[in-house]
Design a protein around this ligand. Structure first.
Ligand code: SAM
Length: 258
């Protein structure tokens, strides 16, 4: 039985495709993928039929995939991977045992690596929240961004649809102080831009660039992730390492007799 693979493709750099993902992609004849993957994954896509999934209604898509599965596996290149903000759950449920989901490098993982920063730093950050102002607006009883932003919180903000000035105002209310913020625009793509600053300086640092495509009449996806929180600038010395060595790792080592 041929399968539909939902391949976590990462932010767009084909080097971040897993070996498992590459193997599944190679087996497929038809590949559903969003922009800019047809360009960035070009060398993995030669001889395949490429389709944009968002060009079709659900039932139409399902009928096409059913027919395509008759002759070969079908692949979807999922931006990042399925874990956060992925629109493919309905298709995965529909294809059930014929659907296979392959983990990939989420944009959050690639951002952490690019910034060389862990997002939950003991004694600096005690929780990391994944949010989108867009989905927070979906239900009346959702907490506001001002309520979620707070000292000790790292925020990963996807699909921002607020003007940067408004976003920053809300974050300043929540944090109650100036904290570091970074915009990672088109991470892993040839025109990647990283803008770093603090809540009070980031608007000027962006120099009027429309990183969230709010002025784009075609409503093109902006591909900008925002990361906020004290961990981005925190100084880390060896004391936390030694604390763990004394209180956790040493006793494990003794138990294991090493
Ligand atoms: C529908 S979500 C997809 C998230 C994805 N499923 C993941 O696992 O990372 C789309 C949002 O992810 C972020 N994003 C996706 N690709 C990106 C990239 N190459 N660079 C920066 N942000 C990106 C942006 O915030 C964008 O609005």
């Amino acid at each position: 039985m041929n399968r539909v693979f939902f391949i976590g493709a990462g932010p767009g750099d084909p080097e971040l495709l897993t070996l498992q993902g590459a193997k599944a992609l190679q087996s497929a004849k038809v590949v559903y993928l969003p922009e800019p993957f047809p360009q960035t994954f070009a060398e993995h896509l030669q001889g395949k039929d490429l389709l944009i999934p968002f060009d079709f209604h659900f039932d139409e898509l399902v009928s096409m995939i059913d027919a395509q599965l008759e002759s070969a596996p079908v692949a979807f290149l999922v931006p990042g991977d399925l874990t956060f903000y992925s629109p493919f759950q309905g298709l995965i449920n529909h294809f059930s045992s014929r659907a296979e989901v392959l983990a990939g490098v989420g944009v959050a993982n690639a951002a952490s690596a690019r910034l060389k920063r862990t997002l939950d730093l003991p004694a600096v950050t005690n929780r990391t929240l994944i949010v989108s102002p867009r989905t927070l607006g979906d239900t009346a009883d959702s907490p506001s961004l001002e309520e979620l932003a707070a000292p000790g919180v790292s925020l990963l903000i996807y699909m921002n649809n607020l003007p940067l000035e408004t976003l920053v105002e809300k974050l300043l209310i929540g944090y109650g102080k100036d904290v570091p913020i970074v915009l990672l625009h088109r991470l892993g793509l040839p025109d990647e831009a990283i803008v770093e600053g603090s809540l009070r300086t980031i608007v000027a640092a962006c120099k009027g660039e429309d990183y969230f495509a709010l002025k784009d009449p075609g409503k093109k996806p902006a591909l900008t992730l925002v990361v906020v929180g004290e961990t981005l600038q925190a100084d880390v010395d060896g004391s936390w390492w030694d604390y763990r060595r004394e209180h956790i790792w040493k006793s494990r080592q003794e138990v294991e007799g090493r």
